[in-house]
Design a protein around this ligand. Sequence first.
Ligand SMILES: *Cc1c(COP(=O)(O)O)cnc(C)c1O
Length: 719
Amino acid sequence: MSGGRRTRYGGLDLFRVAAALLVVANHTGPLLSFNGTANYLITDILARLAVPFFFAVSGFFLVPKLTEQGRSALWPFMRKCLLLYGVSTLLYLPLMARNGYFGQPGLALNLLRDLVLNGTFYHLWYFPAAVLGSCIVAALLRAGKGTAALPVCAVLYVLGLLGDSYYGLTAALPPLKAVYEALFLGFDYTRNGLFFAPLFLLLGGLLARRPEPARPGRCAARFSAALALLIAEGLLVRGFSLARHDSMYLLLPLCVWLLVQWLRALKVKPLPALRTLSTVVYVVHPLCIVGVRGVGKALGLLAESGFLLGNSLVHYLAVVAASCLTALPFLFWRRRRPKPPAPPPDPQTAPRAWAEIDMAALKHNISALRQHLPRDCRLMAVVKANAYGHDDGLVCRACEAQGVDAFAVATADEGVRLRLEGVRGDILVLGWTDPAQAPLLSRHDLIQTVVSADYACRLDAANVPLRVHLKLDTGMHRLGIPWDDADHIAGLYACQHLRIEGLFTHLAAAETLDGADEARTEEQIRRFYRGAEELQRRGLPTGKLHIQSSYGMLNYPGLPCDYARVGIALYGLLSSPGDRTRLTPDLRPVLSLRARVAELRDIAAGDTAGYDGAFTARRPSRVAVVSIGYGDGYPRALSGGRGVVLVRGQHAPVAGLICMDQMLVDVTDIPGVAEGDTVTLIGRDGSNEITAGQLARAADTITNELLCRLGPRVERIAV
Ligand SMILES: *Cc1c(COP(=O)(O)O)cnc(C)c1O
């Protein structure tokens, strides 16, 4: 049930930025004024990894969709490339005009060649190459069920090599040279969408089919070895002066393959901002080069040898800085845009119903709550009932990473399981445990709540050393020793095997602030401290004191306690969404619940669907079968439109009776719903959100119940 099953591609995002910086290096020559060979190493060998890497990453995401969905998967990718190409071309029009592009003879033909193969401006060749290359790969995958694709792409690449880094060999054979010279009438270089892009796009697709490698160290070693060979190859190509243009090497495919595997093995979480950054830097850096030159000349009064232009490293850094600055507004814009619709889950690993646990939100809630605790009061994370359905192991690990060192569970079994998962902090069992299980409690170093004086004696009789907290009943009348029974309580200190480490009580009506409840709560609090003082007066140590649960802390802040036992608020929620509390920390919901469209059905007007025909179509309707039911904890009380889900970011009401394992939703008004679509039952999709509170209210319960009933069939995934 733990997280991490979902693949993490953040490593790829990280290297995208490195690749963009390498491209900038390629166009500026950062070490030029220091050492020619070192500069060549960077700009003509290492930097050559960048563009094939971009292609491979595109293929990594695109090719699996092509094989599954066919050509239709191509359009979104092409649209994006063409949009970027169009915008970038507009951006460079003034420069093209300044360079005299539009005055050249044969403009129409040249423009066509440049648009399709060479790119309208030097570095923009990437976009048409991505479009053409992906069309070629899609066609190959369709034609030969994929078997012919790799050999064909490899042959194209070798043909490309013979027109690029290995042109020296080609030139030695006059007939071959003539063929290439004819080819070069059609395009400037062979590193284009025909010869260069297809192989890397396809390799990316093949990589996506391979399991994520486990050992980053080993992957890094393999990549380094391949890189060393690539450098050797690059130096040979230079030594023999073979290259016409040195962007394609024999070892590039191997290097890119091992690089991507290494980055996958790092298992970094996705960093979408870096994608934006790398794209913007890639597109704008030539403009920045022009800008930096302009500024440099103005500052150096037209001298090319000044500090900025004469020092190649400073020049490079200035261009990088200018490019990154240009990217800043885009990064802000990206943050402010509503989040894109929930991504379709990876088809190979997607479960039928899953809960995404937002670790950043959890971390945020911990610090938001801590800000409101008195200085000596610590957070005790209440993780009973599988952390209110959030996966207790996952939640405890996240809490421990934030320095939380006390946890509360309901049962001894829950505590034992957390110990076995490696939780080291204090674990308090809030509920009753059979005294026969005292050895288990002791062995796993769990702290047991003493729920009555009699219970304490039976625990003591088990003859094992036990850590306990005493629970006082101050008015809730559930568990606990009556608060004013001081003699009995004091008597418990005589139990030989019990180490009394704390004293606590639970508030019965802390969630409302109306007069009677407030009076009752304040009376409970008064009684608790009176009970504690009486023990202290008798010289008996009371250990850690604690009273407040979430509402106790939000409505009665600042009580002098050692712990606040916070449950529901930790998960970013109130039990009932409308509750008014004195403190209103900024809490963020941690859990999103999602399932998938398993099937779509068109139903004629007047026909019915589901058990008992409980849904009647008033008009020709389309219903989606969703892969979650009350057996997973989605309440059956939400049947018949009381529950609403999000599909493609839009609301769809539950249709008819919810079944144990699935349910129907009415998607008549949502265009384009497809099998496999993600259905959001709790959480955000696009600009719409369904909160656990809304669902709980519709099902006539509280968020605590709704969440803790999410069953073990719902896979928990840390995001
Ligand atoms: C469940 C529980 C809590 C946590 O309650 P929330 O309202 O979820 O914060 C605290 N103390 C005790 C004794 C509990 O049983």
